[in-house]
Design a protein around this ligand. Structure first.
Ligand SMILES: C[S@@+](CC[C@H](N)C(=O)[O-])C[C@H]1O[C@@H](n2cnc3c(N)ncnc32)[C@H](O)[C@@H]1O
Ligand code: SF4
Ligand code: SF4
Length: 368
């Protein structure tokens, strides 16, 4: 059954960033917090930083998590904390498989007790009945199921270490538990990163969602990185597959969400103006893109501070973070953002794909 969240989700995706930028400016605190519960993973997906640039395995402790989460919640006004806590969004997704952190579900439950919005992405290889029941009963709002193919062959090639039939079984089991409990939340969304390897399977992904009892599919793009360039899909192949998937979605009653093909001119980045990304080591970064794009050893110099040692909201309000935002506002690319598609486009490739020349190129800077 389509819920109000289902109906509003496209609008939230489209207008949310601007609304949240406005709210964060009023309260001078982040409204969206992304936290990385662990850097451990049981898979080695071909496109993921966890595989391409692994970092030492570590879990965020429950105490570290509490320190960051409550610092953000408590920094907001009484109106937000007491009357509208749902406008605060915590995304407990980092580069790793969160269910490997034995305190992860405690973190989810602790956040939901504060009535904030919680979203997660999971590979569903470890999703058993107990985890499903705790996630559903806690009231998680949106759960992305990372499933990048509709065939065993492609799935197991991209998501190395996973077994297609087992993952599908776990998804179906989750749906059954949710039906038994009679809960409308979480909203389940199958998330597929579109790559040259799987673009032909997009329409079948919509069918698969229907078979598994999941109401939505989201097609997203790789964050640009030299290491994943060979997996990038061409614009024409994506647009063709997207049309077919959207049509099939209409026929089958499945909501199909399609990210626009990455290009420079469509967006100014709003992320550092409304959100923070806290890595498993406590680094406060302006966005998760950086965490995925750069070698982890290159990230520390870009850290705005350590949220396990200093209040994360003080870091958010620091001169260093403000200067970073100011550079973005003036279209002076901080080196951190240099190859991000929200800032700068691989213009040669885009012209090749028929997008036309990019807009005024950003000025480059050497310091953050
Ligand atoms: C890094 S994973 C962590 C959560 C969990 N392990 C999973 O796979 O869902 C979070 C999301 O990032 C996506 N992802 C992986 N590599 C990516 C890349 N190079 N660019 C953009 N997203 C990526 C995954 O498909 C997944 O949906
Ligand atoms: S995408 Fe998720 S499951 Fe795959 S390697 Fe990365 S963190 Fe692990
Ligand atoms: S432009 Fe910079 S801050 Fe914004 S998403 Fe890209 S890398 Fe992150």
């Amino acid at each position: 059954m389509e819920t109000i969240v289902d109906k509003l989700f496209p609008a939230i995706k489209q207008f949310g960033p601007i609304l949240y930028k406005f709210l964060s400016a009023i309260e001078d605190a982040p409204f969206i917090v992304q936290m990385e519960p662990t850097s451990q993973c049981n898979l080695s997906c071909v496109m993921c930083t966890r595989t391409l640039s692994p970092k030492p395995a570590r879990d965020m402790s429950f105490e570290e998590f509490e320190r960051v989460a409550y610092a953000v919640i408590n920094s907001h006004s009484w109106i937000v904390r007491r009357l509208f806590p749902q406008v605060l969004i915590f995304d407990l997704t980092g580069i790793g498989e969160a269910l490997l952190n034995t305190r992860f579900l405690d973190m989810v439950e602790a956040l939901k007790r504060r009535r904030v919005t919680v979203t997660l992405a999971d590979n569903f290889t470890l999703m058993d009945d107990t985890a499903a029941e705790r996630i559903i009963r806690a009231g998680v709002d949106v759960l992305f199921i990372s499933l990048d193919a509709s065939s065993k062959q492609t799935y197991e090639k991209l998501r190395r270490g996973a077994v297609f039939a087992k993952t599908l079984g776990n998804i179906e089991r989750f749906v059954k538990v949710q039906k038994r409990i009679g809960a409308l939340k979480p909203r389940l969304i199958i998330r597929c990163l579109v790559m040259s390897e799987n673009v032909g399977e997009l329409p079948q992904m919509v069918r698969l969602a229907r078979t598994c009892g999941v109401g939505s599919v989201s097609f997203d793009h790789l964050n640009p990185s030299p290491a994943t360039q060979h997996l990038k899909v061409s614009r024409s192949a994506y647009e063709r597959a997207k049309r077919q998937a959207l049509q099939l979605g209409e026929e089958l009653g499945i909501t199909v969400l399609c990210a626009p093909y990455p290009k420079q001119s469509h967006a100014r980045c709003t992320r550092p103006f409304n959100s923070v990304n806290v890595t498993v080591e406590g680094h406060v970064l302006p966005c998760c893109f950086s965490n995925e794009r750069k070698h982890y050893s290159e990230l520390a110099p870009f850290s705005m501070g350590n949220a396990f040692e200093q209040n994360v909201v003080e870091i958010w309000r620091s001169a260093r973070f403000r200067q970073f935002r100011s550079m973005l506002s003036q279209r002076r690319a901080p080196p951190f953002c240099g190859d991000c598609y929200l800032y700068r486009l691989d213009s040669a490739r885009d012209r090749e794909d028929g997008a036309g020349p990019s807009e005024e190129p950003p000025r480059r800077e050497t310091q953050t």
